[in-house]
Structure formats: structure tokens, C-alpha cells
Design a protein around this ligand. Structure first.
Ligand code: GLA
Length: 715
């Protein structure tokens, strides 16, 4: 295996090598970092002789191409979208590159330093490659190298970054480009869209202060010719849980570049002398062959191996009280649900919203994290003990970053929320956002949560975040730079989760934000699973899960079986289909079990038991999307294959069969051709080749909402 980092000093070219891709850049004779290559494997000699991206004749009418720099800066003859746009104290806005050496502080890590020839700004481009993944990390550090003398120094010396992206990426020129991305809204998150990339600038963004329901901070790009199984694909994801922006630029000559970074259009960074701003990392991934399916599997492998806190753990079957008891939780109704859930084989019981403060609906109580005495006169301990006695872990819902104005916390600390001095405080869901950039607020939250966990033997927190920012101000920020909170609130959230985990190593955390409003690689780095949508309709969920799993491992994708008619869509889908939909992720149950008929409880118990026989494949196997979700008349199917191909689980759903016809045999993927597999349902044995070429008979029942799970074991 060639060295991860190699350098050709004659041309100034750097080559980053991963197991199956290469990335190259060059610091040219003028000291400008130029992009050279991102794609299939090339040698140092290959890339040293390649021209940089965007090279070639250009007219003086057009200016410099946007694809040329590793971080597109503002100024001179550049007219594309800048990834780094600074304004110095005297009003000068253009940045000039001057190479200032490099460092390799750790194996696989490269830091390229640049300084401005006149102003006190150092720009560092960071790169990291790992030996066992094709994912490359990139980030940028900006340092004000002026002397940090008096902290009350005049703000006139500050350097203002109007845009401070993590990286610019360039793709090799192709005749066409297609953009894959996820769009959404509350209860309809992560819907995958693939569109031909328009010429001009395309902006994907979140302005909410969170990753957002509306868009995901990742892109999947191909030349318009990739399929689920074939073709070359490039992808990038920003590991950031706040506002963000991805700007793609497709030039008329089909040069494509993209800038990715934290903060939306209005968010700036002010650097005082001596300060450094480090951007969040962008993760880059290219697959040379194998299409969108291979790309997803490579993302999943990377996130499992390098990012998830406990990738080897199998997530338990969960029960959550939200749809059953809403805000009306009591010791009695939770005990009753816990007992029924334990009878079904549930392993983790989570009491959702409503257990604290004066929380009887969404108007009051957020911020007061002590049990509501009317429902829990002796605190939470009796319930926690009962849940443990039933053999389940005990989980609790919290929303630490939020406060209702009608709460003791807000009455004591009205200045702790995001606000502007002369503006009303806009409430959404009757709540305001606590400013987690403030050290006193972060300290309060840690104290509350750590005591809650320790005092009640809490094994699991569902950490919610139910509204976006508004009036995002911090009027009494000591240095007058309230805008910091766009970054520092997010860092405060990350740090708090990290501290809690360190203080309680057995604690597991579910990420939630009104469903899937805050999920990204930085959230996955510090949580164990994600509540990906408040929409629990089993058919809609297949669409949402399809988009989620383009990047994120199914091992993190929580899914519940809830009651019918569904609370979000009003649709009634049979229990079995609901289970099969949720069983293709991390199974949970969220219905009111006290209203389930004995027959339903029995069927549920069997399905939970069945899930336990295949969940090692769902959670730790490789995902093959055999049929994407389409209209209700079409078959949807996924396959999970054990890493050693010894077993596979196939899930198939057909909501409304047409003409009473059975679907064609389903062709499976990834199985060794000469292996033989027994279908544990029917006992039939098939060769891998037959399953791939002819396909598996699904034997779906002739009815609406038909679904099946097939477990294949190699013999
Ligand atoms: C959000 C979550 C739900 C539930 C409620 C409680 O909407 O997504 O699952 O926890 O909050 O208020």
C-alpha cells in the first residue's frame, strides 16, 4: 500500500492516497493551493504531470475559473462564489495567498500553511486520510496573527470573515453532472432528489441554527450516468449540527466546484488578535465503480468504523410512550405500558415528554428538569426500578436546550435565551432557545442532566431539540460578538453531550429534533441512534428511511410501530406491514399497548422475536437497495448481507398489488455465486447465482399491504 501522503517537491504537488482513491493538489509557483485531482487511483508521477484544475487558456473577460483553488478566496479576478471572504480592519477585502510551509503532525494528516503578505492572517488547509477508508477529511483554520495584547483592544483590529467554509471541492470535468441531495420538512424528512445540476450557482442551506428538516448537509454527484449498481460517484458531507451552506457552481464549460461550510449567508466570524477559528470537517468520498449502492455502503462502513461511539453494539428493541400517553404520563400508566412492552420482548423503555416541571401540555415546564409531583410523587425512582425489574433499560426524554417562558428557569434567567434587545422573542411551540454558547448555561445544563442520570439510574436519554433559532442574539456577550453563538451554541451542545457521556460511560443517547431536524456526521459521532421523523406511517417511512440511509448507517435509524389510524397521516396499515417497515431499521414500538387486542399483542411478540433473529444483519450488515420506494403499486425491497455473506435478510413491501399479480422474482445482490442459501421460511435452497440471476420468489400474500421478511442462511 503506498504512503498515505506523498509529496513531489519539484512541482509542489501533494498526493493523498486512500485504499482506492487519490486526491491531489499543488502549491504553485505563486504560492496558490491549486486543485489537481479527486477520483480513481493515480501515482505521484501521474498527478505531478497533470495540470491543475481550471488550467488552460482563459480570456481576460472571464477571470479566474472557480474550480482552480483548494479554497476559493475572494478578490482579484475571481468572480465565483468565495469559500473564504475576509475583510481586514482597513476595509481591504481581497486575500492573497503566500505559502508558509507545511506540517504532518500525525500519520495521514497534512497541514498547509499560508499567510497574507500584508495582513495578519494565517490560513491553514487541513487534510486527513485513514488507512482503512476512502473518506478524506478536510477543514480550514484561520488565525489572526496580530499580537493579542489587551483583551479590551479596539475592535478595529479585528478580521472579519464574511464566509469561512471548510473546503472547496472540484470534480473532474464531465459532460454532464447530476446532483443527489435530500429535501424535507417536519414529518417528511430526507426525501432523496436527483436532478441534473443547473448551470450557475445552486445553494443548499439551513438557516435554522440546526442541521434542519429542510435539507441535509451532503451531496452526491455523478456525471448523470451512475445507477444503484454501476458508475462513478463523488460525495461530500459536512460534520456540523448548526446552520450550513453548500454552494455548487457549474460553469458553462462544465467545470464544477462546491464550497461547503458552517453558517448560512448572514453568519460571520470575527477574529481578534491571537484567535483561531477552526471550521468543522468536510468528509469526502469517491467510489470509482458500483454506483449509489456502493457509495452508501462505503459511507456506512466509514461512519461505523470511525464515527459512531459504539458501532459494535446491537441496538435494543425500544418502547416509547409519546404516541400512547402524550403529555399525560403518570407512574401508573407508564408502569402499565412497561409491563406490556416487556411482555413483547422490548429491551429499553423510554418515557417521553411530560414527566417534569409543570408540563401538562407544550405551554409550560421546559427547563424545570424535576419530576412533576402530581404524576411522580416519589420522583422517577419507582418507575426506573420497575422498568429495571422487568428486565429493560430505562430511558427518559429531555430537551435541554429549550425553555418555556412559563417555567421557573425562565423566570429566574430571562437573559439566558437567544434574543435581541429591542425585538419580541418569537415563540415556536411556546418555547425559546437557551443560549448554549454561554458558559453559565452550559454549566447549569450539565449539572441538571448529570444529576438526573445518576439519581434515577437512567440508561438512555432521548435528546430533543424542537425548534429553530429566531432572534439569534446575545446582547451581553462580553466581547460584543454575539454572532459567535451560531458556532458556539452548536459547540456547546456537542461538548455537553461529550461531557455527559464521559461522566456516564453506560449512558446511551438518541438524537431527535422534532424528528430528523438535527442529524449529520457530528451528531452521529456522539449519539447512538436517531429519531429520524415524527412521521410513523409505515409507507411514508420507507421513503424517509431510503433518503436517510443514503449516507447514514441503518444501525442508527430508529423506527417505531405505532397505532392506526396513523397520527400524522390518518392512514391505517396492517400491523405486520408496520412491523416489517420498522424492522428494517432499529425496531421500536410507540403504540398504546393498553388498547392492543390480545391477538395483536401476540402477533407483535412474534414479530419482535423474528426481528431479533435478523437484527444483526439489519444493524451490522451491508445494505443493498433492491427496489427504491416508488408509488404504492410498486414493490420496495432492501437486502442486508452479513459481512462474511453467511446470511442475508430481505425485506419486501407491496402496498397495493396491481391486477392481483405477484411481483417478478426479486434479484438479490452481493451473494457469492457458488454459495448455497436456505430460505428459512420455505426451507428451499438456492444458489447465490440463481438468487442473483433468476431471483427469489417472494410468495407475498394476495392482499393489500403485503410484506415479507426472508432470512437466508448459507449452508
Ligand atoms: C418531538 C419529538 C417527538 C416527541 C415530542 C415530545 O416532536 O420528535 O418524538 O418526543 O417532541 O414533545
Amino acid at each position: 500500500m503506498p504512503a498515505a501522503l506523498s509529496h513531489d517537491a519539484t512541482t509542489g504537488t501533494w498526493l493523498l492516497t486512500t485504499p482506492s482513491t487519490s486526491y491531489a493538489l499543488r502549491v504553485d509557483g505563486q504560492g496558490v493551493p491549486r486543485h489537481v485531482h479527486w477520483g480513481g487511483p493515480l501515482t505521484l508521477a501521474d498527478v505531478a504531470s497533470l495540470p491543475p484544475a481550471g488550467a488552460g487558456p482563459r480570456s481576460s473577460f472571464d477571470g479566474r475559473p472557480a474550480t482552480s483553488e483548494e479554497l476559493t478566496v475572494d478578490g482579484a479576478d475571481r468572480y465565483g462564489p468565495p469559500a473564504l471572504r475576509v475583510r481586514f480592519a482597513d476595509g481591504t477585502r481581497a486575500l492573497t495567498w503566500q505559502a508558509d510551509g507545511h506540517e504532518q503532525p500525525a500519520p495521514g494528516t497534512l497541514l498547509l500553511h499560508f499567510r497574507d503578505p500584508h495582513y495578519p492572517l494565517r490560513t491553514t488547509l487541513g487534510y486527513r486520510v485513514h488507512p482503512d477508508t476512502d473518506v478524506i477529511e478536510r477543514w480550514t483554520e484561520l488565525t489572526h496573527t496580530g499580537i493579542a495584547s489587551d483583551p479590551d483592544d479596539t475592535p478595529g483590529d479585528d478580521i472579519l470573515a464574511l464566509r469561512a467554509d471548510s473546503a472547496t471541492l472540484s470534480l473532474p470535468p464531465r459532460e454532464d453532472y447530476r446532483l443527489g441531495h435530500a429535501v424535507g420538512q417536519w414529518a417528511a424528512e430526507t426525501q432523496l432528489r436527483r436532478t441534473s445540476l443547473p448551470y450557475g450557482e445552486t445553494v443548499l442551506t439551513s438557516r435554522t441554527g440546526t442541521t434542519s428538516h429542510r435539507a441535509q448537509p451532503w451531496t452526491i454527484l455523478d456525471a448523470g450516468d451512475a445507477t444503484e449498481e454501476h458508475g462513478q460517484v463523488w460525495s461530500a458531507a459536512l460534520a456540523w449540527s448548526g446552520s450550513w451552506q453548500i454552494t455548487l457552481q457549474r460553469a458553462p464549460d462544465n467545470q464544477l466546484s462546491l464550497n461547503l461550510g458552517a453558517g448560512h449567508d448572514a453568519v460571520t466570524v470575527t477574529l481578534r488578535p491571537g484567535e483561531t477559528h477552526t471550521t468543522p470537517p468536510v468528509l469526502l468520498l469517491h467510489v470509482a465503480e458500483g454506483g449509489f449502492g456502493a457509495l452508501s455502503r462505503a459511507w456506512h462502513r466509514h461512519l461505523r468504523a470511525q464515527v459512531l461511539p459504539h458501532p459494535q453494539e446491537t441496538r435494543p428493541v425500544l418502547y416509547n410512550s409519546w404516541e400512547a400517553t402524550g403529555f399525560g404520563v403518570t407512574l401508573d400508566n407508564q408502569r402499565q405500558l412497561a409491563s406490556l412492552a416487556a411482555g413483547l420482548g422490548v429491551e429499553l423503555f423510554v418515557m417521553d415528554d411530560g414527566w417534569f416541571g409543570a408540563r401538562r401540555d407544550d405551554h409550560a415546564g421546559l427547563g424545570d428538569w424535576t419530576p412533576y409531583p402530581g404524576a411522580f410523587p416519589d420522583g422517577l425512582r419507582p418507575l426506573a426500578d420497575e422498568v429495571h425489574r422487568l428486565g429493560m433499560a430505562f430511558g427518559l426524554w429531555v430537551e435541554p436546550e429549550m425553555v418555556n417562558p412559563d417555567s421557573d428557569l425562565y423566570r429566574a434567567h430571562p437573559d439566558w435565551v437567544l434574543h435581541f434587545p429591542h425585538r419580541p422573542r418569537t415563540e415556536l411551540r411556546h418555547q425559546l432557545v437557551l443560549n448554549f454558547a454561554r458558559p453559565d448555561v452550559a454549566a447549569w445544563a450539565f449539572d441538571r442532566l448529570t444529576r438526573l442520570v445518576a439519581d434515577n439510574d437512567v440508561d438512555y436519554l432521548k435528546w430533543d431539540m424542537n425548534r429553530p433559532f429566531s432572534e439569534a442574539g446575545w446582547p451581553d456577550e462580553p466581547s460584543g460578538r454575539g454572532d459567535r453563538l451560531w458556532f458556539d451554541h452548536v459547540r456547546g451542545y456537542h461538548t455537553l453531550v461529550d461531557r455527559l457521556r464521559a461522566a456516564h460511560p453506560r449512558l446511551r443517547i438518541e438524537a431527535c429534533s422534532g424528528g430528523g431536524g438535527r442529524v449529520d456526521p457530528a451528531v452521529l459521532a456522539r449519539t447512538d441512534q436517531v429519531w429520524i421523523s415524527d412521521n410513523t406511517d409505515a409507507a411514508d417511512r420507507l421513503v424517509i428511511q431510503h433518503g436517510y440511509a443514503q449516507l447514514y448507517p441503518v444501525r442508527t435509524m430508529a423506527a417505531w410501530v405505532t397505532d392506526v389510524p396513523n397520527q400524522q397521516t390518518g392512514r391505517s396499515i396492517p400491523l405486520r406491514f408496520r412491523f416489517h417497515s420498522a424492522m428494517s431499521g432499529v425496531l421500536g414500538i410507540g403504540g398504546d399497548l393498553t388498547r392492543w387486542r390480545p391477538q395483536e399483542l401476540k402477533e407483535a411478540e412474534q414479530l419482535v422475536a423474528e426481528y431479533k433473529t435478523v437484527r444483526h444483519l439489519v444493524q451490522h450488515g451491508e445494505l443493498f437497495r433492491l427496489r427504491p420506494p416508488g408509488d404504492l403499486q410498486s414493490l420496495t425491497a432492501v437486502q442486508y448481507l452479513a459481512p462474511d455473506a453467511a446470511e442475508a435478510a430481505v425485506f419486501a413491501w407491496l402496498p397495493q398489488p396491481r391486477f392481483g399479480l405477484a411481483p417478478a422474482p426479486l434479484r438479490l445482490a452481493g451473494l457469492p455465486r457458488d454459495a448455497h442459501y436456505r430460505d428459512l421460511r420455505s426451507g428451499r435452497v438456492h444458489s447465490g447465482a440463481a438468487l442473483r440471476e433468476r431471483g427469489l420468489d417472494l410468495d407475498l400474500p394476495h392482499e393489500d399491504w403485503a410484506s415479507t421478511v426472508v432470512h437466508l442462511v448459507r449452508i
